[in-house]
Design a protein around this ligand. Sequence first.
Ligand SMILES: O=C(O)CCC(=O)C(=O)O
Ligand SMILES: [Mn+2]
Length: 218
Amino acid sequence: MLPDLFADDRTKLALDPGAWLLGGFALGEASALLAEIARTAQAAPFRHLETRSGGTMSVAMTNCGAAGWVSDRRGYRYTEDDPLSGRRWPAMPPCFRDLARRAAETAGFRNFEPDACLINRYAPGSRLSLHQDRDEARHDAPIVSVSLGVPARFLWGGRERSDRPRRHDLFHGDVVVWGGPARLTFHGIDTLRAAHHAETGDLRFNLTFRRARLPDLA
Ligand SMILES: O=C(O)CCC(=O)C(=O)O
Ligand SMILES: [Mn+2]
């Protein structure tokens, strides 16, 4: 029997119904994305958010877009203003929105209109434990998640926290899109291992695009 030549094709790998790993999808624009991350962080610096239980997240975060995701002793939510400065979050760069829309479309989700981009920065030892993205007003839009810099191990679970996660390595320029039946899948990032990337040193960045608020009823 012939081997299945496409079994491990990372250019469009189905993780589950409604969930795709688009290997290298953002590679050609990765440098431009990193430059926009640096610009965003000048206006809204990376910070380690507090959790509801009083801990500190190991991943440093900032946001751009009309809404930004924050966590503190009151819990998780989206805000229009950066709590550090009291000013609006920096605008979402057009190249961010454009990439998110193309990736969503490639995964079968048309007309994705992200209004929030959470920017995560992982140093060696940082991790993001299994969670669902569920602080958005509705869950009918997909999540688009872009990996930049050193590789990470993505944990892709199920609908229950207790579902045993599968592991997928994510590299510079990879994009994961999940929506529809996969929208509330538990996921996370394993403890980041020390590594070097020519453009980010020992860091990994992640852009997570979401539709956080209700679409305008115009
Ligand atoms: O860093 C990643 O690849 C995942 C980030 C994530 O799941 C989140 O920010 O909600
Ligand atoms: Mn998430």
